[in-house]
Design a protein around this ligand. Structure first.
Ligand code: FAD
Length: 278
């Protein structure tokens, strides 16, 4: 790992035994980047719980630093306490603490309303044991009352004890830098690592961006749509766009990069090779 410019990687828990085997191979390829940590997402309401824990355990067994995402929607204090004990028993030192989204059919939020409540609870229960990452939204969380309210909500997570933040993916570097300036002015002074989404598939990235409120610039959207089924052109264009974004972020001093790998290695490796990080 380059200590001055760490890279971290995010995976999701596979649903099938074949997926587990494939992900193990993907991780081995990506370990060439010597990541600071590898995190595994967690279905809101605990829906992927077992798969998440298995993938995190595999990362720890491979001698790497693992991080479990952890959503509090629908959780109780007792269920969170139980899970924290499990994490500590596994030797886990990092948590990405999130609210999550209410799954359809869910009655209510449970005993935690916001991620800041979860962060405060983890700190109260386990002191400094965990390095806690929280989510940051340079382009504003889609359900926020206002951009200002969202900045305050982020600052509340930092005040509650977050150690670092990873952003939602974005293509507008200016939004990231403004977010960092504005939250620092609110006293939220923790490292904010940009979350980077490689582009490998046009409809996938456009749908995903719409769902999570990430803006895909018009020129990028139009170009992607113009390639139709030509996946080679989509990948080549996507590599150029995302590498240029990473280059700008790095030149302007971001504390590292967090890649949403989508359980694939090739594109992340190529971006890092172009950045001179592989
Ligand atoms: P919060 O920080 O609680 O914010 C949620 C909303 O509430 C925001 O609109 C905020 O402005 C508002 N808010 C917060 N506090 C207050 C307050 N005191 N008063 C009024 N409004 C308030 N989802 C998963 O299900 N599993 C994952 O593994 C996962 N990993 C993620 C990783 C990253 C890096 C990111 C960026 C997102 C991830 N998500 C994941 C998605 C996340 O769960 C959703 O974006 C969710 O809607 C918000 O979670 P949060 O932790 O940001 O919530």
């Amino acid at each position: 790992m380059n200590p001055d410019f760490p890279i971290s990687l995010e995976f999701f828990p596979p649903k099938t035994p074949e997926g587990v085997t494939k992900l193990a191979a993907v991780r081995q390829q990506l370990y060439a980047l010597d990541p600071l940590f590898c995190s595994v997402t967690y279905g809101a309401g605990g829906s992927t719980q077992d798969g998440t824990l298995q993938a995190v355990q595999a990362i720890l067994d491979e001698g790497r630093q693992g991080a479990s995402h952890f959503t509090c929607i629908g959780a109780t204090r007792d269920s969170v306490r139980e899970k924290l004990a499990l994490f500590q028993g596994m030797g886990l030192k990092r948590i990405v603490a999130l609210r999550g989204d209410l799954p359809s059919g869910y009655g209510g939020f449970g005993e935690f309303r916001y991620a800041s409540d979860l962060v405060a609870f983890i700190r109260a229960e386990t002191g400094d044991h965990f390095h806690i990452e929280v989510a940051a939204y340079p382009e504003t969380h889609p359900q926020a009352r206002s951009p200002q309210a969202d900045l305050q909500a982020y600052a509340a997570k930092v005040k509650a004890g977050a150690s670092g933040a990873v952003t939602q993916f974005f293509f507008n570097a200016d939004a990231y830098f403004r977010f960092v300036d504005e939250t620092r002015a609110l006293g939220a002074d923790i490292p904010v690592v940009p979350g980077i989404m490689p582009i490998t598939n046009a409809s996938g990235i456009l749908r995903f961006a719409d769902n999570c409120g990430a803006d895909v610039p018009r020129w990028v959207r139009l170009r992607l749509q113009s390639f139709g089924d030509d996946s080679a052109s989509i990948k080549a264009f996507g590599l150029d766009v995302v590498t240029a974004l990473c280059e700008r972020l790095r030149t302007q001093g971001v504390p590292g990069l967090h890649f949403y790998t989508m359980n694939q290695s090739a594109t992340v490796l190529e971006i890092c090779r172009r950045l001179g990080l592989a």
